[in-house]
Design a binder for this molecule. Structure first.
Ligand code: NAD
Ligand code: GLY
Length: 360
């Protein structure tokens, strides 16, 4: 097992990474204050991992109250969030009761948001079970639900007390979901870690083949990158925005097509290619680098072209992006592989051109 720390002063927390960490009750014990915890999961993940988590916690004398939600991005809503509050109130959960989110990014984001709101904040623990949530969403404290007008628009920054990153859960993850998670892994190479990008170019097949050592390396390196960024800029006033490479275009795809149609990682992959295309047309990214970006996403089995919504619709949806400032759209663009910037320099006409080039 390897442990990373997210350094946020008194709100710092560990990320335990390894195969089988979920069986180790001693890792949970110091972070749980009551003899009862709430585990928020969904109808797919609970049958796979709830019993394991329950038996681990029982070894520490802790009982589990499960809250099982419907599965899917389309359920990341107020209505579903309320099911969590119903269960918390109905079972007399207290402010010091711990909420454990067991699942992918949807469960992590909703469980975290519920924890942030319930009695103005209860402790919570992330137990990510998808590649995407292992490398990204479980770390850093962004929690949210979707709104019909925009993705992740209602939420809070609320840090977990602990992240238990058990790689062995990936054994049951569907192929398409594994590939979607790779989009966020590749992102770290592109925005700030060029050596990792080269490692990924050489080892993507191992990750696709679920080689345990390669997965642990990729999860560890991704989380190390994320932990550094979050420690430096928890509330996204600067560097953290770079973690949104491809997301402005990607969120437009997800919202435009209806949540759940494309997976988040798929939309991010296509969005990253649109951002790279735009970076190239601005003269910032070389054609060779653009080709390397395209090649690695193709190798990962991810889309390199966006949904054909039309540039006008993309731009309309992108105006709801959280990076918009004073009505001006800001995008994460690439100067090179391993070097991203946030910029408002691209005009809407240039954005439309890149969208048209990548989305028809
Ligand atoms: P997801 O949570 O929908 O999980 C994908 C699918 O895999 C679901 O059907 C789920 O039930 C299933 N699943 C989960 N673990 C499994 C396992 N071990 N075995 C078999 N099936 C399993 O999707 P995701 O890709 O994990 O997360 C996407 C969400 O994360 C989006 O809503 C996105 O906005 C959010 N996100 C948040 C952040 C953040 O910083 N908070 C970062 C990136 C993405
Ligand atoms: N996934 C983007 C962030 O955590 O900031």
């Amino acid at each position: 097992m390897q442990t990373l720390q997210v350094a946020l002063g008194e709100r710092s927390y560990p990320i335990h990474i390894g195969s089988g960490v979920l069986s180790n009750h001693e890792l949970f014990f110091p972070h749980i204050r009551q003899k009862k915890v709430v585990v928020v999961s969904n109808t797919t993940v609970a049958p796979l991992y709830l019993d394991l988590l329950r038996s681990t916690l029982e070894k520490a004398g802790i009982s589990v109250l499960p809250v099982i939600l419907p599965d899917g991005e389309q359920y990341k809503t107020w209505e579903t969030l309320n099911l969590i509050f119903d269960a918390l109130l109905g079972n007399h959960c207290e402010r010091s009761t711990t909420l454990i989110a067991l699942g992918g990014g949807v469960i992590g984001d909703m469980g975290g948001f519920a924890a942030a709101c319930y009695q103005r904040g209860m402790p919570f623990i992330q137990v990510p079970t998808t590649l995407l949530s292992l490398v990204d969403s479980s770390v850093g404290g962004k929690t949210a639900i979707n709104h019909p007008l925009g993705k992740n628009m209602i939420g809070a920054f609320y840090q977990p007390k602990l992240v238990m990153a058990d790689i062995s859960t990936l054994a049951t993850l569907p192929e398409r979901e594994l590939k979607a998670g790779l989009a966020e892994v590749i992102k770290y190479g592109l925005i700030r870690d060029p050596e990792f990008f080269v490692w990924l170019e050489n080892n993507l097949d191992k990750l696709l083949g679920r080689d345990e050592e390669a997965l642990i390396y990729a999860v560890h390196r991704s989380c190390a990158n994320k932990a550094e960024v979050v420690a430096a800029d928890e509330r996204e006033t600067g560097e953290r925005a770079l973690l949104n490479l491809g997301h402005t275009f990607g969120h437009a795809i997800e919202t435009g097509l209806g949540y759940g149609e494309w997976l988040h990682g798929e939309a991010v992959a296509a969005g990253t290619l649109i951002a790279a295309e735009l970076s190239c047309s601005l003269g910032w990214l070389s054609r060779e680098a653009l080709l390397r970006v395209e090649t690695i996403f193709v190798q990962a089995g991810l889309p390199v072209r966006g949904a054909p919504l039309g540039a006008a619709r993309y731009l309309e949806l992108m105006r709801h992006d959280k990076k918009v400032q004073d009505g001006k759209m800001r995008l994460v663009l690439l100067r090179d592989i391993g070097k991203a910037v946030v910029s408002d320099e691209a005009s809407e006409a240039q954005m439309a051109e890149a969208i048209d080039a990548r989305c028809t």
